[in-house]
Design a protein around this ligand. Structure first.
Ligand code: TXA
Ligand code: MG
Length: 322
């Protein structure tokens, strides 16, 4: 693989899956759609490919990656499943849930991808293209979101190209991602803990487990509690002001529900106040404001609960001082 690859874009289909599997096997980097956001995939077992992945994203190597696998059986080869893990896997996979578990002693995933930890994050994605790719490749694919580190996650192939063109070999274009925010991350290393709110609501997971989830606090940038839980993350170029009830001069408006009156630029997460629609639009609207040169964005309040937790989490990080 060359240092500066020309990035090919292939429309979803059998040829794209075939090319993607071959590119991964050769140590290349392939962006592909999942139901949450686009992932940037590398062969989980090739340390060199993983190193190139960190470089392409500009991601600090202390921040471990999620191993994506085709099914629970494949996940059990990487991680130790206790009763709670089995329950969650059976209920939510394939789907937007990531489990952090103890890694198997003979886990073949490269140490670099796990940032040297004894734990591993595993997930079985639901998107048909992701599933086809995992089946064709036949091994685990490590895949962070396919954006430059610290930037907003991509929910379309165009977003991926904006961030990574010329840095990766291939993008499979499968259209827009349905969920729009990343997977929910639950750690089962100790008492079940919510590391990142995401596509599956906390309350649903608690109902399945029959117990409450501990909340991981957000740590500072220097010593992230859960690696990657950096206070400033998912950041657009513009400054964000949350829970806005009026507009300041020069601000663009990111609305939810009935929009505040404004003569300036406005995008609505969901005019009908639907959290599912809002999650699907979130990153794309932030990128549209960036592309339009917005410097300040007022964000209307988004209710908590369900997908609202994930949306508010990403907005809070996007608004954090950098
Ligand atoms: O929806 C998703 O999860 C997407 C799609 C592509 O699957 N992936 C994704 O990956 O969001 P990424 O790398 O952007 O976020 C993964 C998060 C990071 O915050 C990382 O620190 C955390 O998972 N993580 C990975 N391994 C971990 C571990 N062993 N312990 C705690 N956190 C871990
Ligand atoms: Mg990410």
């Amino acid at each position: 693989m060359t240092a500066e690859p020309a990035t090919r874009v292939l429309q979803a289909g059998a040829d794209a899956i075939d090319a993607a599997a071959r590119t991964l096997a050769a140590g290349g980097l392939v962006a592909f759609p999942t139901e949450t956001v686009y992932g940037l995939g590398a062969d989980a077992t090739q340390g060199e490919a993983v190193a190139r992945l960190y470089a392409a994203k500009g991601r600090p190597a202390f921040n471990p990656l999620i191993a994506h696998v085709a099914d629970v059986a494949a996940a059990r080869k990487l991680a130790v499943f206790d009763e709670a893990a089995e329950k969650l896997a059976v209920t939510y996979w394939p789907g937007p849930l990531t489990l952090v578990l103890a890694k198997q002693p003979n886990c073949p995933v490269a140490d670099l991808a796990l940032a040297g930890l004894d734990s591993i994050a595993v997930r079985v994605p639901a998107h048909p293209l992701a599933r086809q790719l995992l089946a064709a490749f036949g091994k685990a694919i490590v895949a962070p979101s396919a954006n430059r580190s610290g930037h907003v996650s991509p929910t379309s192939a165009a977003h991926v190209l904006t961030d990574l063109r010329g840095r990766i070999e291939l993008v499979i274009d499968g259209g827009a991602c349905e969920v729009g925010v990343e997977s929910t991350i639950v750690s089962l290393l100790g008492a079940p803990a919510l590391l990142r709110p995401g596509g599956i609501a906390r309350a649903e997971i608690e109902a399945t487990l029959g117990s409450r989830l501990t909340l991981a606090e957000t740590a500072g940038d220097d010593a992230p509690l859960a690696p990657g839980m950096l206070a400033s993350h998912y950041a657009p170029k513009a400054r964000l002001r949350l829970n806005a009830e009026n507009l300041h001069a020069g601000e663009a408006l990111l609305a939810f529900g009935k929009a505040l009156p404004t003569a300036g630029p406005v995008l609505n997460l969901s005019a009908r106040g639907d959290l599912v629609e809002a999650a699907a639009n979130l990153f794309s609207h932030l990128r549209t404001f960036d592309a339009g040169g917005a410097t300040a964005i007022a964000v209307m309040p988004v209710p908590h609960g369900g997908l609202g937790d994930a949306i508010n989490d990403r907005l809070t990080r996007a608004a954090a001082p950098r």
